[in-house]
Each structure stands twice: as C-alpha cells, then as structure tokens.
Design a protein around this ligand. Structure first.
Ligand code: ZN
Length: 474
C-alpha cells in the first residue's frame, strides 16, 4: 500500500465515520466552547485528496481519447448513437448505476458543399472554404450562382433592403476581439449565424454566407445552427472561413460585381430516436436529493467535439470516479448526465428536466461544463443571494489550490437551465476562454487540441464542488 493510498483510506474512514466534522476542529481555549470548524476547513483534506488523485493519472484524457476515437457525434447520427452506448459502458465499468433516457432528436446531414467565385474571372480567388450551417436547407442540385452583397450589420441589411433581392448576402461581421471573456465577442457575432438567413430572406435574398465566428484568421470554417423564422422562406446558409471572408471582402472592395456559385447538398432526415445518458453514485442518506454534473454528448461533425463538449461529458464522468474513490457513499446522489442534442436547440436538457422519472427527485444543484477543456479559472454559481454567499465561503478556498481564481454570480447553462425552474442551483465551470473559439465548431476541435492536465483540473474542480454540495447541501 502506498502512503498516498493509505492516506485516502484513512480519510475515507473518517468521512464515513462521522462526516469529517472533527477533521480540523478549532483549538479549545480554556473556558470557551470551540468555534465550529468551517465547511472549508472540514473539507480541505478531501479537496486536496481529489486534486492529487486526479493529477496522478491521465484518466480523463484516456476516456476522452476513447470517446473521440469514435468520430464526430452529430445529433441523430450513427456516431452519436455509438457514443451513447460507449459513455454508458464507461460509467458501468467504473461501477456507477447507469441507464438511458430515450428521446427523439432531429437528424440533419451534410452533403457536398462548395463555393466558387465565378465572377470576376482570374480574380485569384477561385474557391472559398465553406461549410453548411446546421439545419440549412440545400441549394438546388446545380447550386445558386448570384452576386454577393457584403453586409456588416442588421441595420445595414435593413437600409440596403431591395438591393439584396435575389443575391447572396455575405454577413462579414468579425468577432469583437476586445473583451477578455471571448464569449462576449462570440455572443455579439453569433446572431448573424443563427438569424442571418431569415433576416436576409425577409429582404428577398437567395442565400447567405456568414463569416465564421472565431478570432483567428485561418482556412477553417466554423459550423453552428441556423434558426429559421417559420414565417419566412428558408434559404441556404453556409459559414465561410475568416481568411475566405477577408479575401472576398478585398475583392468586393475593388468594385464591380462579384458572383459566387454556392452548392449545398445538406438535408434533414426527420425525427430519430436517441438518448440522454445517465450514471450515478446513489446517496447513502438522501438518495432523492441530487447533484447533477454534465455536458452535451452531441457535437458538430467537422472535428470530433473534443472540447465541445466531449470534455464536459468526460469531466463529469471523471468527477464521479474521483468522488467514488474518495468516498463511495456520499450523503446525496451525485449524477453525471450526457445530454443529447444541445447543438440543434438544446432539446436533451429540456427532455431530461421534463422526464417522468424526475417526479420523485429533487435536483439541488446542476453543474454544466460546456466551455471547453482549457485551464480552469472560475466558477459561476446561481441560486438566491444567500445561497450564493454561503456557497462562495467554501467554494473559493476549496477550489483555489486547483487553480480557480474567482467565484461569481452566474452559472447558467444551455442544458441545465430547465432544472433551475425546479429549484436546482445552477453552477458553471469556467475555463480560460482565450483559445476556445479557435477550435469551436470547426475541424480543429479534436483530441490533439486538448491538454491532459487542463482537462483533468476541470474534472477535479467539478468533483470538489459536487462532493461538498452532496455532503453539505446547498
Ligand atoms: Zn457545446
């Protein structure tokens, strides 16, 4: 037996013997009752054990390697179906109680996709690197060849009005690089991707090309979903790489018409059976009170969704593994959920919250990891101001040794949002965001872009939050 495993065994005995309440008791001063030890003091040793146990191996990375080896997991696809079986098997191997919760999802498939500058000839720019946006309708088989109109805002689109009729609208709106939190720049640019097609259709456009939402200048188009307004014609929509967008813009700046031929062979195959995947360690004292951790299992199909959001799923599994090793009998249930179909409208999260099985359960906290596997920097926590204040008193000191710099109000997540209505305090793991949109929804989102220790540290911080919440409540 190694000294460290002996240490863990001893800690486990103390935790199960009496909840660790006497772990780091205050000093008794003559004539005074000892101050009760704080939550942070009582769990400092447990948090340290979770951290060192996680960093000892590359378990999370090897699990993510298994998941991504199966290829992309576009919702409704064979790859997504295989990932359902695989993640359930992984959790069964680790000794968790597991089950599937069947749901229906949409199944959109990509086909041929090309864009070529057909006018002016000899422009030095023949083909553009593009990708169909998810949910896009196809072009006619022969494609759409039409003049390009560059648009830099929805206001400009409205002002140009009839000028875009019958043309391909090229939304060239770069992500704002100034905010330190890159999600801010992403949030400002993404409406052109999600709503641009319908806004352009309102003005009579034939199709849209949207500048990829990334801060990098490169040749990788970034996918994403287009949400059509049901009252407007559906027109084909594709993303163009940032380098392609810059080249197209430079060509337009020379004056004279620029015409592009766009071919998209994507199509919707209709509702398909799929599932949310669940694994848990049942609570020993309050099994119906649940701390749920998770990410979404579906991904885009250009890479293998290593960061988005294979990482979140694997971190949830690894967090449960670390908790089980520390304390096989937490007081409340700790559950990992791999939500399906986040990318095409987050239906898996809604289906999970609404499933009949939820009726006898009470989710006290719901933690989501869906911001990539980069170095942990913070945690967003929801709940009432009182709940936030209480959580923060232990979360900050217990997470700091694992690299967490701050705990702030927040915590909203695409998949966990519906659980808030049922009383769960939402929690969001926040890694450093500087590199996330370099890979997000693109062919660069593969295992090689994930660092084993950064991935693991995320799992460790999630394990600490989940374990203390399961022991102490919210
Ligand atoms: Zn995601």
């Amino acid at each position: 037996m190694t000294p460290s495993s002996h240490g863990r065994g001893a800690l486990r005995r103390r935790l199960s013997a009496g909840c660790g309440g006497a772990l780091l008791a205050g000093v008794l001063i003559a004539g005074q009752a000892p101050a009760p030890p704080s939550v942070a003091a009582r769990y400092a040793e447990a948090a340290e054990s979770l951290r060192t146990a996680g960093l000892r191996s590359e378990t999370a990375y090897s699990l993510l390697a298994r998941l991504t080896a199966g290829g992309p997991r576009l919702t409704g696809s064979t790859g997504a179906g295989a990932a359902v079986e695989l993640t359930r098997a992984m959790m069964a191997e680790l000794g968790f109680e597991t089950w599937l919760e069947p749901i229906m999802v949409q199944h959109w498939v990509r086909g041929a996709e090309t864009a070529a500058v057909v006018k002016p000839g000899g422009a030095g720019l023949s083909s553009l690197r593009i990708t169909a946006l998810g949910n896009s309708v196809p072009t006619p088989e022969a494609g759409i060849a039409a003049p390009i109109v560059e648009i830099r805002s929805f206001d400009e689109l409205r002002a140009r009005g009839p000028a875009v009729k019958g043309k391909i609208v090229f939304f060239n709106v770069p992500m704002d690089p100034r905010p330190m939190d890159t999600f801010q720049g992403y949030g400002a640019a993404v409406p052109y991707r999600s709503q641009g097609a319908s806004e352009a259709a309102r003005a009579g456009a034939a199709a849209v090309l949207v500048r990829s939402v990334t801060l990098r200048t490169d040749d990788f188009p970034h996918a994403g979903m287009v949400a059509y307004d049901p009252d407007l014609p559906r027109i084909p929509a594709a993303a163009v790489s940032t380098r392609g967008a810059d080249a197209l813009s430079a060509l337009l700046a020379k004056g004279g018409p620029v015409e592009v031929k766009l071919v998209l062979g994507c199509r919707e195959l209709g509702p398909t059976p799929s599932a949310n995947v669940v694994g848990q360690i049942r609570g020993s004292e309050k099994p119906d009170e649940i701390v749920v951790l998770g990410g979404h299992l579906d991904s885009w199909d250009l890479g293998t969704g290593a960061h988005d959001d294979g990482a979140g799923c694997i971190q949830a599994i690894e967090a449960l593994r670390l908790i089980k090793e520390l304390d096989p009998k937490p007081r409340r249930t700790v559950r990992a959920v791999m939500y399906m179909n986040e990318e095409f409208g987050a239906s898996g999260g809604r289906d999970y919250a609404a499933a009949p099985r939820r009726a006898g359960e009470r989710h006290i906290a719901a933690l989501e990891s869906d911001r990539g596997a980069f170095l942990p920097v913070g945690f967003g926590l929801g709940g009432t101001p009182q709940q936030f204040a209480r959580l923060r008193t232990w979360a900050e000191p217990l997470l700091a040794p694992s690299g967490i710099l701050w705990v702030r109000p927040g915590g909203a997540g695409a998949d966990t949002g519906p659980l808030a209505a049922a009383g769960a305090v939402l929690m969001a793991f926040i890694p450093d965001s500087q590199k996330y949109f370099d890979v997000h929804h693109s062919g660069l989102d593969v295992l090689a872009s994930v660092h084993p220790r950064e991935l693991e540290l995320g799992a460790i911080t999630m394990a600490i939050m989940a374990y203390v919440a399961a022991q102490e409540g919210i």
